[in-house]
Design a binder for this molecule. Structure first.
Ligand SMILES: *Cc1c(COP(=O)(O)O)cnc(C)c1O
Length: 347
């Protein structure tokens, strides 16, 4: 089969979810963030696996993602939508039983006008200045709607992957102060990074994303994704001959070059080129020349036999290693993984 095969280890995702769950007290619920198609790995299979493992609360970015998730996991789980009650999504919220995190007074008012009596959460801005209400906006809706009863009140940390950053404690205080002006409710502040900051940050429910999928800052995560690219052809390249666009790589010894099916159109970021490798089992074979749209060229001279495919993501070259090679973060590598790959799931 041509192209790439992306193997997703659902057992590893479940193990990572359990490991993150074990970092918080029994009384703290562990949710699961499966926005952006479960960080590129497939919202249906990932959602089903986590639900089977015991996850009851899921978070997505957009209502349209919540619809796909609801169709995969059925009626029982709670699905929160971070972007809140956006215009045009009204029927999705109603028909698919989605719960918006309301981000502004305007969203609160429109929600109350349309869907009074159904569940909602509130998102507060504790210092990131991205989503959620600030203290004065919150005070104004409390004054207008004395009966506010959100099922969840949440905020998001800007610097949780830097445990020493003073903004973590500042946001914790700001969030608790704002939330204290609301009637009794459940609270959530922490994504993967926040879980690792300790119990003050855990509150009632956590929202891990990247840690489930094997990425930093959860250093103990089990790797989840293996990506194998088919070798289309191999050729000998003589000393002085170049490989690829711009002729940036020139052979200094007689070489064997394999051309594999995968490129920047598949999320294999062009900038990673000379810093990343492909693997034949455990043997590292460097990328030579530029990554092109659909193809990558690899120096396989040291292999005695060239396999039918070479791996670009494995337990050694994880999403974070590849991200470093490309000057980005594991999140971007995962969410860029293209739709030309055949996705294969194992338990
Ligand atoms: C994406 C996101 C998360 C998950 O973050 P990770 O760093 O991937 O664990 C949690 N909460 C919010 C609001 C998010 O946008």
């Amino acid at each position: 089969m041509s192209g790439g095969i992306l193997t997703i280890d659902l057992g590893a995702i479940v193990a990572n979810w359990r490991a993150l769950d074990a970092k918080t007290a029994e009384t703290v619920e562990t949710g699961a963030v499966i926005k952006a198609d479960a960080y590129g790995l497939g919202v249906g299979p990932v959602g089903q696996a986590l639900q089977k493992a015991g996850a009851k609360t899921f978070f997505v970015a957009l209502a349209s993602e919540g619809v796909v998730l609801r169709e995969s996991i059925g009626p029982s789980a709670r699905i929160f939508v971070f972007s809140g009650y956006m215009q045009g999504d009204e029927t999705a919220f109603e028909e698919f039983d989605l719960t918006p995190m309301l981000n502004s007074a305007d969203q609160v008012m429109r929600f109350m006008a349309d869907r009074q009596g159904t569940a909602y959460g509130l998102q507060l801005d504790s210092g990131m200045n991205r989503l959620g209400m600030e203290a004065d906006e919150l005070a104004s809706i409390i004054a207008q709607i004395p009966t506010l009863n959100p099922v969840l009140v949440m905020s998001h940390l800007a610097c949780a992957d830097e445990p020493e950053h003073p903004q973590n404690a500042e946001q914790l205080t700001a969030f608790n102060e704002m939330a204290a002006t609301l009637p009794e409710h459940r609270r959530s502040l922490s994504a993967t990074g926040g879980i690792l900051l300790g119990p003050d940050f855990h509150m009632n429910i956590t929202r891990p994303g990247i840690g489930l999928y094997g990425g930093d800052p959860f250093m103990d995560a089990r790797p989840v994704a293996t990506l194998s690219l088919s070798v289309i052809q191999t050729r000998p390249v003589a000393v002085g001959e170049s490989v690829g666009y711009g002729a940036t790589w020139v052979a200094t010894r007689p070489s064997i070059i394999a051309t594999v099916a995968g490129g920047y159109a598949d999320g294999l970021i062009r900038a990673m080129g000379p810093n990343a490798s492909l693997y034949a089992g455990k043997t590292r074979c460097p990328i030579v020349g530029r990554v092109s749209m659909d193809l990558i060229t690899v120096d396989v001279t040291k292999l005695t036999t060239v396999p039918a495919s070479l791996d670009i993501l494995n337990a050694t070259q994880t999403v974070d290693v590849l991200a470093n090679a490309a000057g980005t973060i594991g999140y971007e590598i995962l969410t860029s993984l293209g739709n030309r790959y055949k996705r294969v799931y194992k338990d």
